[in-house]
Design a protein around this ligand. Structure first.
Ligand SMILES: Cc1cc2nc3c(=O)[nH]c(=O)nc-3n(C[C@H](O)[C@H](O)[C@H](O)COP(=O)(O)OP(=O)(O)OC[C@H]3O[C@@H](n4cnc5c(N)ncnc54)[C@H](O)[C@@H]3O)c2cc1C
Length: 294
């Protein structure tokens, strides 16, 4: 990569960005650059033109809406950690952001970049999927809203097309008596990608599990919902023995690969432990909320 051969474009508005995307079809989008520039340095991707989203104010900010929280694609991991709205309503997302990388990377890394990279071990998607989040994909003329599970097409691949930008993430307020937990295992405490991760959302009604979602990270080409595990848990009274059984089911639903960070066997074992922890933590949160009536 020869820096002098790269042209950096810094649009000040979404309209300007879409115009550039129209003109420079091969251009790469840069948010915080913590994935993109590493990939370029390693020669995994090439770019002559880079369109930076840094100056587009419309893509920043975390706002409260009637039914949930709207997060701009350029919101950084650090801003997620510091947001009182997110800590109040989706603390699992703040936990996931806190578990990412180092302070320096968290100050640059954006939620839009974390999702768009579509790296299977990325930290933010599992809790967003568990929280039923959707993203807005916008081009110059129209926009579409898709769930995160539909967004991911494979490892490092999304359905976002040339000319489109991921602009916002919308996370609905969790229903009453709901807990969401994110559990990650990495080989070090800092600057380490997940070897396996689990996000779990659990809603209690009349002492039973009403709605539940178990999302597995880093153990399939994309984050996946362990649907059989969720179905098994629904309608049952929560207990440690139930969670034990569920964690063995989640282990079966994981489809990991062996790589430098862990073998298939190791990742599956981790999934069972992390599922149990995530369900236990989500249950505690849900019970606490039902005691205090939110
Ligand atoms: C040392 C180090 C440690 C790391 N540790 C972790 C970790 O623990 N957990 C983790 O999850 N990640 C980790 N990462 C990866 C990275 O920091 C995150 O994935 C980060 O959130 C990426 O965001 P970004 O803004 O830097 O994206 P960028 O690098 O700017 O972009 C990433 C990709 O998304 C595309 N893109 C960005 N924004 C948009 C948009 N709005 N619309 C469409 N496409 C877009 C870009 O074109 C590019 O292909 C680490 C990286 C480094 C270098």
């Amino acid at each position: 990569m020869i820096l002098s051969e790269i042209r950096l474009h810094s649009p000040q508005s979404l309209a300007e960005a879409f115009k550039l995307l129209e003109e420079l079809k091969e251009a790469r989008i840069a948010a915080g650059g913590t994935d993109l520039f590493v990939d370029m340095k390693q020669g995994l991707i090439e770019a002559r033109d880079i369109i930076s989203l840094q100056k587009i104010e419309d893509l920043r900010g975390i706002g409260k809406e009637d039914k949930g929280i709207r997060i701009g694609a350029m919101v950084t991991a650090q801003e997620i950690i510091s947001s009182s709205l997110i800590n109040q309503h989706i603390p699992a997302l703040a936990d996931a952001a806190r578990s990412m990388a180092s302070c320096q990377i968290r100050s640059m890394a954006t939620i839009g970049g974390n999702i768009s990279s579509a790296v299977p071990s990325a930290d933010l998607p599992p809790s967003l999927i568990a929280a039923d989040a959707t993203v807005e994909l916008r081009c110059s003329e129209s926009f579409r809203e898709v769930t995160l599970t539909k967004l991911f097409a494979g490892p490092r691949e999304t359905i976002c097309q040339t000319g489109e930008l991921l602009t916002f993430i919308f996370v609905p307020f969790p229903p009453p008596n709901t807990g969401i937990s994110y559990q990650k295992f990495a080989l070090r405490e800092a600057n380490a990608l997940a070897v396996a991760s689990v996000a779990s959302r659990l809603t209690l009604k009349d002492g039973k599990i009403d709605r539940v979602a178990v999302v597995l990270g880093a153990v399939a080409p994309t984050p996946i919902e362990a649907l059989k595990t969720s179905e098994f848990l629904s309608g049952k009274e929560p207990s440690q023995s139930l969670f034990e059984e569920a964690s063995l089911m989640a282990k079966k639903e994981a489809k990991p690969i062996s790589d430098i960070r862990g073998s298939i066997w190791y990742r599956k074992e981790l999934i069972s432990i992390l599922t149990r922890r995530a369900l236990t933590e989500a249950l505690l949160q849900a019970q606490r909320k039902s005691r205090t009536k939110e």
